[in-house]
Design a protein around this ligand. Structure first.
Ligand SMILES: [Zn+2]
Length: 97
């Protein structure tokens, strides 16, 4: 994953800047960890933004999404597959505490 594509420096994040920020590995249909996603939401923003290395097609994309209902899903802009992030909310809570 090319972290230089992030619109912020992940190593120097100001406290309170994000409602959440999570980085997680993604598995393909065979259960292999082939992808990764960084997903974040700035405080006060409706939209979440993501940088996605798709586990299915291998492409790297960034995008925006409004996440409303769990399980949260992000669609790969390259292959249009839906990627489910089942425990995102729990993990975000743990990371921020
Ligand atoms: Zn894809």
């Amino acid at each position: 994953m090319d972290l230089s594509r992030l619109p912020f420096d992940i190593r120097s994040i100001k406290p309170g800047e994000f409602a959440y920020l999570t980085k997680r590995k993604l598995k393909n249909r065979e259960g292999e960890e082939k992808g990764e996603i960084i997903l974040w939401k700035r405080r006060g923003s409706e939209e979440s933004e993501f940088l996605l290395h798709c586990p299915f097609c291998g492409e790297e994309n960034s995008g925006k999404v409004v996440l409303k209902r769990r399980p949260y899903r992000v669609r790969c802009p390259s292959c249009n597959r839906s990627i489910t992030l089942p425990k995102l909310a729990d993990q975000a809570k743990r990371e921020s505490s």
